[in-house]
Design a protein around this ligand. Structure first.
Ligand SMILES: CC(=O)SCCNC(=O)CCNC(=O)[C@H](O)C(C)(C)COP(=O)(O)OP(=O)(O)OC[C@H]1O[C@@H](n2cnc3c(N)ncnc32)[C@H](O)[C@@H]1OP(=O)(O)O
Ligand SMILES: CC(C)C(=O)C(=O)O
Ligand SMILES: [Mg+2]
Length: 506
């Protein structure tokens, strides 16, 4: 059975979501999870755009094997050299060059004629071809371009050496029947198109990214570009989980094999939400909190009698399996290891011992430890990076008629530094003021702060999310603890640590 190749751009277009900055270690953790899910290509970044992004692409290229790793480049020698420098140690590197093809972009942005765009595209593809045969060429804003010009541009790019041509709906303007027809037209009008994969890259400005991508697949697209949770520039990209589950659930209709491991979806989605700070709306298809919840009595009655009355997918298919072993304060290492194996988490021996201790601490405080609690605890330590500051001690004094005061002690590079106490407008503000004083970080602007409960019940774990602006970029932090003041402090410190890692070579 044929299949469509999945090109994931969470780490490139996804990172273009307003307010998202991922440090290289976060990109690596996400890339490893994408590889586990068996996507075909990971676009790890745009190496010329910054030192941090160059390092991230390099880290992914060097460490994630068995998968193609792509880097983006404009049709400029400097971009292509930089992309190759970052990608060269990948097992299967792909250079992705692009140039805009619509009249609006050519006239106002590029200030180039059609012939100049073709020349730049051909020169860019040929220049990339000295490094690798694996070249993808994108015609930015293809859906607002003249189709005869697109066909000429693609013909020239293929002759120059492109192996994949990408047809983006860059501004999410198309509607499904029209976008499907565009793919068909390009196929009919581009004489050498049979030599290459046809890719699509759809944006969600009108909420049609997934529908447009599926229409393209029906009209012969062989690669689809997606991002986890649909994040990306403006309203985002086609959501990976929606495309995969549409093809999987409606195999009867599309007749395509799904080669991805769908059971990795839930974990991937949570990892991306935690790392980017872009939370998932409750009614989001596939991965929203309500996606498998039933509220109405008639539905509940139907599901109790036969699940498929109201469920077209089984939650287990996306990895929301319920572990039968009950883990709690009486569980030992074997049961916890079994849980980690089942959910495919890899911890080395030293990290496992530390995690086992934290699990026991949690079980002492919380009667019922759910799978979600354990996964939230694991998510605190999914990727290892240089943590300059660590929380050593915290206490907060607050109440009616009291001036909220926090006392905090931190470790800096493993050594305990002095404690400090500060007042604030509220207890959380007092914590953050104290951390600012201890770390010497006076230039932090708190953009958002949120506390969620991981599960229900008064002993639920509290999950804190922070987004802070430091030197014009946003850094996020996340932590789950039984004590929300501790979770808030740890999340705030995580954002500071990420800033320090991101800027350490500057
Ligand atoms: C549709 C997309 O998602 S495309 C990817 C968009 N992603 C990003 O832009 C994120 C990363 N970008 C960046 O960090 C910066 O924009 C950089 C480093 C790439 C470039 O920065 P600068 O050199 O300061 O240029 P700036 O971004 O202001 O302008 C873009 C320039 O590239 C040109 N350009 C745009 N696309 C292309 C292209 N595909 N091929 C060649 N030139 C291009 C523009 O015409 C403009 O040229 P000009 O300076 O001669 O007017
Ligand atoms: C770089 C290209 C593929 C892009 O992101 C777009 O056109 O939206
Ligand atoms: Mg895009």
């Amino acid at each position: 059975m044929a299949n469509v190749r999945l090109f994931d751009t969470t780490l490139r277009d996804g990172e273009q979501s307003p307010g998202v900055t991922l440090i290289p270690e976060e990109k690596l953790a996400i890339a490893k999870q994408l590889a586990k899910m068996k996507v075909n290509v990971i676009e790890a970044g745009f190496p010329i755009s910054s030192e941090g992004d160059f390092n991230a692409v390099k880290m992914v290229a060097e460490n994630v094997k068995g998968i193609e790793v792509a880097g983006l480049a404009r049709c400029r020698k400097g971009d292509i050299d930089r992309a190759w420098e970052a990608l060269k140690d990948a097992e299967n590197p792909r250079i992705h060059v692009f140039i805009a093809s619509s009249p609006i972009h050519m006239e106002y942005k590029l200030q180039m004629s059609e012939e100049e765009v073709i020349k730049n595209a051909v020169d860019g593809v040929k220049y990339a071809a000295q490094y690798t045969e694996n070249i993808e060429f994108s015609a930015e804003d293809a859906s607002r371009s003249d189709v005869d010009f697109l066909a000429r541009l693609f013909e020239a790019a293929i002759d120059a050496g492109a192996k994949v041509i990408n047809i983006p709906d860059t501004v999410g303007y198309s509607v499904p029947s029209e976008f499907g027809a565009l793919i068909k037209d390009v196929r009919e009008k581009t004489p050498n198109i049979d030599q290459v994969d046809i890719s699509v890259h759809c944006h969600n400005d009108l909420g049609l990214a997934v529908a447009n991508s599926l229409a393209a697949i029906e009209n012969g697209a062989t690669q689809v570009e997606v991002s986890v949770n649909g994040i990306g520039e403006r309203a985002g990209n086609a959501a990976l989980e929606e495309i995969v589950m549409a093809l999987y659930t409606r195999k009867d209709y599309y007749g395509l094999d799904v080669t991805q491991d769908t059971t990795q979806i839930a974990r991937l989605s949570k990892l991306v939400a935690n790392s980017t700070g872009v939370s998932i709306q409750a009614n989001k298809a596939i991965v929203g909190a309500n996606a498998f919840a039933h509220e109405a009595g008639i539905h509940q009655d139907g599901v109790i009698k036969e699940r498929t009355t109201y469920e077209i997918m089984d939650a287990k298919t996306i990895g929301l399996d319920h572990n039968k072993l009950v883990l709690g304060k009486h569980s030992g290492r074997h049961a916890l290891k079994d849980f980690l194996d089942k959910y495919d988490y890899e911890l080395d021996d030293a990290s496992f011992e530390g995690f086992f201790k934290r699990f026991k601490d949690l079980a002492d405080k919380k009667k019922n430890v759910s799978n979600a609690d354990i996964i939230a605890l694991l998510d605190n330590e999914l990727y290892d990076y240089e943590k300059t500051f660590e929380l050593e001690y915290i206490s907060v004094l607050t109440g009616r008629g009291l001036l909220p005061t926090a006392t905090v002690r931190l470790k800096k590079e493993g050594e305990i530094i002095q404690s400090a106490a500060c007042n604030g407008d509220g207890p959380v503000d007092a914590i953050f003021q104290t951390i600012n004083e201890l770390t010497g970080m006076e230039n932090i602007k708190l953009m958002s702060y949120k506390i969620d409960a991981v599960t229900e019940g008064k002993d639920a774990l509290g999950e804190a999310f922070i987004a802070s602006e430091i030197d014009g970029k946003i850094y996020t932090g996340h932590s789950s603890q039984t004590d929300i003041t501790e979770a808030s402090a740890a999340a705030y410190i995580e954002a500071i640590n990420k800033y320090l890692v991101y800027n350490k070579n500057k």
